[in-house]
Design a protein around this ligand. Structure first.
Ligand code: ACM
Length: 504
């Protein structure tokens, strides 16, 4: 039995792995057998293996790669799987399709690295060594947030990024779709959102592109969670519809700076109607349970000066304008729960989001603990270990990024979603963890990938299988780097086309 953490190059490491005799070799005659319900995973296996191997891998009742969906299978949870590779067969079993999909990614990593190429490669023996794996993730939420509001990325990149997440068994793509600097999703009821606010820094998606992305990601076991920022970080929306602000006659431009903008949404019924109409369209495209509605960095200075906001404070019997933030989030949260969704927000303190919210703890791990102690589901995302817009190292060659100390690979690897000393009932509220790729300083896809990898490998390893063997992880990553190279993920700052500075 090999220590899973030192087995050759699997990222994330499986829970249990042993080697056995025999080698399974794929050739022109190899077929796949899928039991009822396992078809989507078989289709994924073919999609992933066909380009480089050039093998037909048809479905056949006597196929020697067998994918078995067994809903009654116990001990593997919704995403676990068992994989047995012998000289004669490959047997992949799981209780859910998600588990089969993860097993498919493991099979892909067990094959020669050339399998990751996009063109047929000749002369490779497509062999998998005899292996027995039982694998179950530690956390259900293993994610990455991509900020497409600050700098837009085309949907082709979102698909590629989704593929890279799935390779690492990461299962959430959180799309930060709106901010002060841009609005990227078309809303039929409010066309100026993309006509006006989709212009700077790139563009906007079509609804069909987003729907297709959701389906593409689902086929790979990735849930796309949309984020629409409110009531702060909403300046782009206010440039499109100034009457939704606190001073309705004031014309505004999409913000050209970075940081925290003082301009925030108003608190009138019309604003709430706007938010609900937007979220209805968002939910129509994104079926995820969680719908992220921001909540972070919302200065209240405008509410202190706005007659309409002060009227709202009086009508609702609030303590003062600062209390409007909680009131606003409550209105939106109850709207989402009424639609059968779970609101998700950035927590600033651990106690600022209404009870119905799940909390993304971004400032500090202690805020996650506070929210979990209050009974809220929590996703840990402390900025000093999960913000990938900070440089990866203090090296002067690192491209310009978010000012601040480096967040290095080891810091990401050491992210502990629920520290061991937490009470079990509190720790059980931690859904998992995710990395954040903010893009104020990231204009190109190559730059985004450079920042994301290999740090996402570390987050994947920690959230899937434990993160307690740094030397073992480094050894596996050494081999895994050849996979990232085969996929064309840039590993050196010199590979990044430095964009012109676009602002300030
Ligand atoms: C955040 O970094 N403002 C969530």
């Amino acid at each position: 039995m090999l220590r899973p953490s030192t087995c050759p190059g699997l990222v994330p490491a499986p829970l249990r792995l042993s080697r056995s005799s025999g080698t399974f070799t794929l050739d022109e005659r190899t077929a796949i057998r899928a039991t009822p319900g396992a078809g989507p995973a078989a289709a994924l296996l073919r999609t992933l293996l066909a380009p480089a191997t050039g093998l037909p891998l048809p479905l056949a009742p006597d196929g020697r790669i067998v994918l078995v969906l067994e809903p009654g299978l116990t001990g593997l949870g919704a995403e676990g799987y068992g994989l047995t590779v012998s000289g004669e067969t490959v047997l992949l079993r799981a209780a859910g399709v998600a588990g089969l999909r993860h097993g498919v990614q493991t099979l892909r990593q067990l094959l020669p690295v050339a399998v990751l190429g996009t063109e047929p490669v000749r002369g490779v023996r497509w062999s998998i060594p005899g292996t027995e794996i039982t694998d179950v993730p530690r956390y259900a939420w293993r994610g990455a947030m991509l900020d497409v509001a600050r700098h837009f990325q085309p949907v082709s990149f979102l698909r590629r990024f989704t593929d890279l997440l799935a390779l690492h068994k990461l299962n959430v793509l959180h799309l930060h779709l709106t901010d002060d600097q841009g609005w990227r999703m078309p809303i039929t009821a409010y066309p100026r959102l993309t006509e006006v606010a989709g212009i700077p820094y790139g563009g906007a998606y079509s609804r069909a592109e987003l729907r297709d992305l959701v389906a593409y990601a689902a086929d790979r076991g990735v849930t796309v969670v949309p984020e629409i920022e409110m009531p702060g970080h909403a300046r782009a929306a206010l440039a499109a519809y100034p009457h939704l602000g606190n001073f309705p006659g004031r014309p505004l431009k999409v913000w050209q700076g970075w940081g925290v903008c003082d301009t925030v949404l108003g608190v009138t019924d019309e604003v709430l109607d706007f938010c609900r109409a937007v979220l209805d369209e968002v939910m129509d495209v994104f079926p995820s349970l969680h719908v992220h509605v921001g909540g972070d960095e919302c200065p209240t200075a405008e509410w202190h000066r706005s007659p309409a906001a002060l009227r709202r404070v009086a009508e609702e019997g609030l303590d003062g304008p600062d209390a409007l933030h909680g009131w606003f989030m409550e209105q939106i949260g109850s709207f989402l729960t009424g639609r059968g969704r779970r609101p998700l927000g950035w927590t600033e303190t651990g106690r600022d989001l209404p009870d119905c919210f799940a909390a993304l703890a971004w400032r500090d791990a202690d805020h996650g603990l506070t929210a979990a102690c209050r009974g809220q589901p929590v996703i840990m995302a402390p900025h000093r270990s999960t913000y990938l817009d900070y440089p990866q190292s203090p090296h002067p060659d690192e491209p310009p990024g978010q000012p601040g100390d480096a967040v290095d690979l080891q810091a990401v690897y050491a992210t502990e979603p629920a520290p061991a000393h937490w009470e079990a009932a509190v720790a059980a509220r931690v859904l998992g963890t995710q990395a954040q790729l903010w893009t104020e300083y990231v204009a190109t896809a190559a730059h985004a990938e450079y920042l994301a990898f290999p740090r996402l490998c570390a987050l994947a390893d920690t959230s899937w299988s434990g993160g307690h063997d740094w030397p073992g992880f480094q050894a596996r990553l050494h081999h895994h780097r050849t996979r990232l190279d085969a996929l064309g993920v840039p590993s050196r700052p010199s590979a990044i086309l430095r964009p012109e500075r676009t602002t300030r």
